[in-house]
Design a protein around this ligand. Structure first.
Ligand code: BQF
Length: 283
C-alpha cells in the first residue's frame, strides 16, 4: 500500500520540538521578512511565516515595499536589518520584480542572518560539505525522508528542476547522504528514461502533471515540491491520483513539502540566533 506522507503533521511535531528550544533561549529570536510588491502567492507565504513565528513565540517583522523600489533603497533597509540586534533572521520573499537581481540583493544580507541559506557563503559551504545555513525547502525534503525512515544511501535519487532555491542545493544534500543523484531540467533529452530509474524522485519545476504514472518506477518514493494553482486549487507537479497507485510513498500538495519548508525556516532562525551568539552546535 502507498504511504501518503503527511508533511503537515510532521511539521506540527517539529514545531513542538522547536517550541522547547525557544523556551530554553533567554531572549526571543526575531525574523524579518522583506516583501517587495503584492504578488498574491507571496502574500500567502508571508502570512504562513508570520503564523509560524507567532506559534513559536518568535519576534516577527514585515517590511513591505512597492514593486518600484530601487536597488539602493532596498539595500539600505537590508543593511539596517543586518545591524539590528533584535533581528536574527532576514529573508527577502521571492520572486523579486524583474529590475532587481535576487543574487545581488541576497548577497547583501549578513550571511549569519541569511535564514533562506541563499547567500553565496552559505551555498558555497553546502557545496563544500560544511553547511551552515541550508535552504529551507531542500532541508525540508531531507527532514521528511529522515522522519519517514527512508534511507537514501546508495539509492538513485532523481531531481527534476535545477533552481538555486531547490534543485541545486538538494543535489548536494542528497549527495552528502550518499545517494547517486541526477538532475533533470528543461533540456533533458529523455525525461521519462531518467525518472523511471529513480528510487527517490523529487520534482521541483512548477508544471502541473509533469510527472505521470508511466514515468515512475513501481515502489519509488515520490516527493512533489511543485506548487501550482489550477482552477483555484493547489496542485503539485505530479499527477497524484495516478502516481499514488505505483509509488511506495508520495507527498501530497498541499500538505506535503510546503509545511516542512516553513518549519525549516523557523529551525533556521533558531540556528542563526545560535550562530550569532557564538554557539556552533546546530543542524
Ligand atoms: C502546503 C514558495 C515557490 C516560490 C516561492 C504550506 C507553504 C506552501 C504550501 C509556504 C513557497 C512554498 C514559500 C503549503 C513558502 C512553501 O500546505 O502545501 C506552506 O508558505 N511556502 C515561499 O515563501 O516562497 C515560494 C514556492
Amino acid at each position: 500500500m502507498t504511504k501518503i506522507i503527511d508533511g503537515k503533521s510532521i511539521a506540527d511535531r517539529i514545531y513542538e520540538e522547536l517550541k522547547e528550544e525557544v523556551i530554553a533561549i533567554k531572549d526571543k529570536p526575531g525574523l524579518a521578512v522583506v516583501l517587495v510588491g503584492d504578488d498574491p502567492a507571496s502574500i500567502v507565504y508571508v502570512r504562513n511565516k508570520e503564523r509560524a513565528c507567532k506559534r513559536l513565540g518568535l519576534n516577527y517583522r514585515l517590511l513591505k515595499f512597492p514593486q518600484s523600489i530601487g536597488r539602493e533603497d532596498l539595500l539600505s533597509s537590508i543593511r539596517a536589518l543586518n545591524e539590528d540586534e533584535t533581528i536574527n533572521g532576514i529573508i527577502v520573499q521571492m520572486p523579486l520584480p524583474e529590475h532587481l537581481d535576487a543574487f545581488d540583493i541576497v548577497s547583501n544580507i549578513d550571511p549569519l542572518k541569511d535564514v533562506d541559506g541563499l547567500h553565496p557563503d552559505n551555498l558555497g559551504r553546502l557545496l563544500s560539505g560544511k553547511p551552515r545555513i541550508i535552504p529551507c525547502t531542500p532541508l525540508g525534503v531531507v527532514e521528511l525522508l529522515k522522519r519517514e525512515n527512508i534511507d537514501v544511501k546508495g539509492k538513485n535519487a532523481v531531481i527534476v528542476g535545477r533552481s538555486n532555491l531547490v534543485g541545486k542545493p538538494l543535489f548536494h544534500l542528497l549527495l552528502s547522504l550518499d545517494a547517486t543523484v541526477t538532475i533533470c531540467h528543461s533540456k533533458t533529452s529523455d525525461l521519462k528514461e531518467e525518472t523511471s530509474r529513480a528510487d527517490i524522485l523529487v520534482c521541483a519545476v512548477g508544471a502541473p502533471k509533469l510527472i505521470t504514472v508511466d514515468m515512475v518506477k513501481e515502489g519509488a518514493i515520490v516527493i512533489d515540491v511543485g506548487i501550482n494553482r489550477v482552477d483555484d486549487k493547489l496542485v503539485g507537479d505530479v499527477d497524484f491520483e495516478e502516481v499514488k497507485n505505483v509509488a511506495r510513498a508520495i507527498t501530497p500538495v498541499p500538505g506535503g513539502v510546503g509545511p516542512m519548508t516553513v518549519a525549516m525556516l523557523m529551525k533556521n532562525v533558531i540556528t542563526a540566533y545560535r550562530l550569532q551568539k557564538g554557539n556552533y552546535e546546530h543542524n
